[in-house]
Design a protein. Structure first.
Length: 95
């Protein structure tokens, strides 16, 4: 099961544990700004991501406000990620 975490917890996981970051926002919004190293994930590249990602690393899923990321984190967790997280507040809270 995925876990909901705060922005500060997400930043700590990304920095200290070399967590993977996936961003489920639309291409235009992603292009306007995203977390460094984030992968924009959608149905077009999901299979490729699942094949290549290190599922032993923590996975932080972000979206606009922290709603869509919950569903995505749950789906990704079911695909074998050891730990998956949804960032509450989404990119609207990321500083």
């Amino acid at each position: 099961m995925f876990e909901r975490i705060s922005v500060s917890q997400a930043a700590e996981i990304i920095e200290k544990e070399e967590g993977l970051v996936v961003d489920v926002r639309d291409p235009n919004t992603f292009a306007q700004g995203h977390i460094e190293g984030a992968i924009r994930l959608d149905n077009q590249n999901l299979a490729e991501f699942l094949e290549s990602a290190d599922k032993s690393k923590p996975l932080v899923v972000v979206c606009y406000h922290g709603n869509a990321s919950q569903g995505a984190a749950d789906v990704l967790n079911q695909q074998g990620f050891a730990r998956s997280y949804s960032m509450d507040g989404g990119m609207s809270e990321w500083v």
